[in-house]
Design a protein around this ligand. Sequence first.
Ligand code: SF4
Length: 366
Amino acid sequence: MSGALGLYVHVPFCRTRCRYCDFYRVGENRARMDRFLAALARELDGCREWHGRRVETVFFGGGTPSLLEPDEIGDVLARIGRRFALAHGAEITVEGNPSDLTRARLEGLRAAGVGRLSIGAQSFVDRELLLLGRRHDAARVAEVVGEARTAGFESLSLDLMIGIPGQTDGSFAASLARALELAPDHLSLYLLEVHQGSEMDALRRERPGLFAGEEAQRRRYLAMRARLTAAGYRHYEISNFARPGAECRHNLRYWRCQDWLGLGPAAHSFVDGRRFRHLPDLEAWLADPLAVEELVADPAAERVFLGLRLEEGIDPARLEEAGVPPDEARRRLARLSGFIELRDGRLRLTPDGLLLSNPVLAELLR
Ligand code: SF4
């Protein structure tokens, strides 16, 4: 047994398919969900190598975990408690679609021990939600936030999206203002990614004028950062803002390269310097939920790549550990000035660097 773990549970079922989706998911089907839960129990019982380790966070992601019944989530948590040392005060998060989060389901999830809800709002403009292929409307998000507070959730997070087809600076600002009125503890704001061959890609070819260019996305991102930091949120990671103390402890484990174990099809793990995954194939995982594919890990480079996503940045010595000699590091940092800065002894991305993080980090570590 060694250090603490986070557990990620991938629940791959969705009722409908969002137009922008690039996650591993399959259609909702009760019989398959029952088989999924039975295989998840086998995986939790069978991963003996990690049993007994302290678990500080559990994150049910997907897919749409809110399609599971609260007592099913409760059973998974009880099994985790039998096989691992589930920490007192562990952060337990469920991602949810506002349409599924009825008052009864919210109360059930809270009673099952879930303390944190991540609500996929995406926008507060119904026309934009329609174009994304979401199955909820803006009014439902506000109701869910109120009902979740009444149910006693400790922490609520809202997801919003920049670059939705038809979105304007004004409609994005209105969505952000509505989100702020609801006073979430945490906000995740993602740039819409259009994946080749997706429905969104087809829409972009048909109606390119609906899509924001890079400059508009930059403007909205920087305006959002200014607005949220003025409202008391800390921009602690490229896409994430939190009230002090409400940062997502589970996701921080990813960026700080701390150990986590992924359960369910397509889930990745990083434990004791090993990186591995389950194949994105529900039937293969159901047949053998303990089968994993080993992946190449380069923890030193990952500590730079992932650590720089965080506002806390990294110790500059990490660059040498990642194989960049000091002279070369100085040259690269000079070339990237304006995108990375040394502040209070830590290397950090500047606001422009946050927007262009992928090419900037690739240049730093090439
Ligand atoms: S809810 Fe999430 S996983 Fe499911 S289709 Fe929409 S984006 Fe994809």
